[in-house]
Design a protein. Structure first.
Length: 355
């Protein structure tokens, strides 16, 4: 049973949100989506920083927001902790006092609040920095102080809004590891907003995709990877997605007119479908392929993105795809923008699902 539910509508500028969102105790939920999809607004509605125009927000059966009944629990009375993108630490307070601030504002005694702050700073690996001010901390250290501050009051819900976005690559890896550890051990509801695929896939048990103010898709990372329902999701996961239909001959006909041989499962009828092709299932060569692949064609390289241990090669028409190859293959095939290559994709490497 979901502990947190958001079933309602809210308008902000030209964006109209129609939300059907739920989160339970036994999962970490990542909310992803294009810029302007409504991700941060969803967190602000849950935190009480904005109010619904229609519908309700409930937590453990208690109504936090009911537009029709005029019920609205203000932020300070909601058992919710928030970690913002930039931490929002108080510059004039040291790390210990920043963490203790929320407890002190709720009437907890100074000695008790400071003891709790020291305990949490030790948990996030910053016991030696209790007396340091924000300007004396690295970006990763400051964000861990912000996490400790959010945990200080033992909130029922933890909301994290792009918590790693402001960090450099090295700090992001370390803080992500620490964040995963603390979120896993945290017993409450956990909701993470991110635009980073690595964060969503490594931190979350379930991913909710917002697009234009609505939930476009939701499921585990494995479920989304197996059956993405939009190009945004496919690009987020680093896979290729084609829209098309299965024709009367059992072939995939993409909407640009290209046809591909596929290996159909018995439960896939003729009609509109999604086709998924993993980048590492695409073979590139300089000469016409002589293997068993039934789908081969010549194309041009659009771009080559070099990543640690691999390269992602963006290909042109007739089927725009992204292939994953080794750095050695980039050198051997002389892959660069404008280079001509042959593409081979086995029919069994194309996963088809009804649309």
């Amino acid at each position: 049973m979901s502990a947190l539910t958001v079933h309602g509508a809210h308008r902000i500028g030209t964006l109209e949100l129609e939300l059907q969102f739920e989160a339970a105790d036994d999962e970490i939920v990542a909310v992803v989506g294009p810029n302007g999809a409504g991700k941060t607004t969803l967190l602000r509605l849950i935190a009480g920083l904005r109010a619904l125009d229609a519908g309700t927000i409930t937590l453990d059966g208690t109504v936090l927001d009911d537009a029709a009944a005029g019920t609205f629990v203000p932020p300070e009375r909601r058992p919710i902790g928030v970690v913002f993108q930039d931490g929002l630490l108080f510059a004039h307070l040291n790390a210990r006092e920043n963490v203790a601030f929320g407890l002190r504002s709720r009437g907890v005694g100074k000695r008790t609040a400071r003891a709790r702050a020291d305990e949490l700073l030790a948990r996030v690996g910053l016991a030696a920095y209790a007396g340091a001010h924000p300007r004396e901390l690295s970006g990763g250290q400051a964000q861990r102080v912000a996490l400790a501050r959010a945990l200080a009051s033992d909130p029922r819900v933890m909301l994290l809004d792009e918590p790693l976005a402001a960090l450099d690559a090295t700090s992001r890896v370390d803080v992500r590891r620490a964040l995963r550890e603390h979120l896993t051990s945290y017993a409450g509801v956990r909701v993470l907003v991110t635009h980073d695929a690595v964060e969503a896939l490594t931190l979350a048990d379930r991913v909710v995709v917002l697009d234009d103010g609505r939930v476009a898709q939701a499921g585990s990372p494995a479920e989304l990877r197996a059956r993405p329902r939009s190009r945004y999701v496919a690009e987020l996961l680093g896979i290729n997605l084609l829209d098309g239909e299965i024709d009367e001959c059992g072939r995939l006909r993409a909407f640009d007119g290209t046809t591909l041989d596929v290996a159909l499962e018995d439960d896939v009828p003729a009609g509109p479908v999604y086709a998924v092709i993993e980048p590492n299932a695409i073979t590139l060569s300089l000469a016409a392929p002589a293997g068993s692949a039934r789908n081969t064609w010549r194309t041009l390289v659009v771009d080559v993105d070099n990543e640690p241990g691999r390269a992602r090669v963006r290909l042109s028409d007739p089927v725009p795809l992204v292939a994953a190859v080794t750095p050695a293959a980039v050198a051997e095939l002389e892959l660069r923008p404008g280079a001509e290559v042959w593409v081979a994709v086995k029919a069994t490497a194309i996963t088809i699902s009804p649309r």
